[in-house]
Design a protein around this ligand. Structure first.
Ligand SMILES: O=C(O)c1ccccc1N[C@@H]1O[C@H](COP(=O)(O)O)[C@@H](O)[C@H]1O
Length: 210
């Protein structure tokens, strides 16, 4: 299973989190987020990471050009679209950046929101389901209603996100069956400052980097 730890801002924390078992790190490229990180800082972290680790930039309603430039300048391997990007936007991004993974995040309130996944699967690589929050786009620490996801099996791989922690991860995975999980505030001391004890506890619970 893929394990993405998101909201990385510090090079040493990134390296340690990978050594503990993360398969992907996420960098928040949304200027209004307290976890925002600049291109040069992402580049400095990415350069120190093993090639096999996925380096995902998280964007919300950025332009195609902004995403392209950030991806090229910082060495990202993936772009997570966490705003109101349309399926057409995802397709245009794919044409612009054919070699990077495109993840579309959807913020889920109810089963109707889950149905929106169908509109995206032909244009992206991976779906990511996050919790809905009326004021915040992400990093909210809010969990989804896992009950409505028990039978969720889209036509492309998917990540479960939203309020996951070392304490609730096994309950989540008993109920839903994603291809990957994504954690941010649940393994943090403060926004952008990861709690390495919590990250270690997460991997212990998962069976040491499984
Ligand atoms: O983390 C942020 O600040 C953020 C800002 C804007 C868009 C997405 C953001 N984070 C994403 O939120 C989810 C879940 O976070 P959490 O585990 O509930 O704290 C994750 O996919 C992050 O990439």
């Amino acid at each position: 299973m893929r394990i993405k730890i998101c909201g990385i801002t510090q090079p040493q924390q990134g390296k340690t989190i990978v050594s503990l078992g993360a398969t992907a790190l996420g960098f928040i490229c949304v200027p209004s987020s307290p976890r925002y990180i600049k291109v040069e800082q992402i580049r400095a972290i990415v350069e120190q990471l093993p090639e096999k680790v996925d380096k995902i930039g998280v964007f919300a309603n950025a332009t195609l050009e902004e995403i392209k430039q950030t991806a090229i300048d910082s060495g990202l391997t993936g772009a997570q679209l966490h705003g109101d990007e349309s399926p057409e936007f995802a397709l245009q991004l794919r044409e612009l950046l054919p070699d990077i993974e495109i993840l579309k995040a959807l913020r889920i309130r109810n089963t109707e929101d889950i149905d929106k996944v169908l509109h995206y699967t032909a244009y992206i690589d991976t779906i990511l389901l996050d919790a809905y929050h009326p004021q915040q786009l992400g990093g909210t620490g809010k969990t989804l209603d896992w009950d409505i996801l028990e039978q969720f099996s889209p036509a492309c791989p998917w990540f479960l996100a939203g309020g996951l922690t070392p304490d609730n991860i096994l309950d989540a995975l008993n109920q839903v069956h994603p291809n990957g999980i994504d954690l941010s505030s649940g393994v943090e001391r403060a926004p952008g400052d990861k709690d390495l004890d919590k990250v270690a506890k997460l991997f212990e619970r998962l069976g040491n980097g499984e």
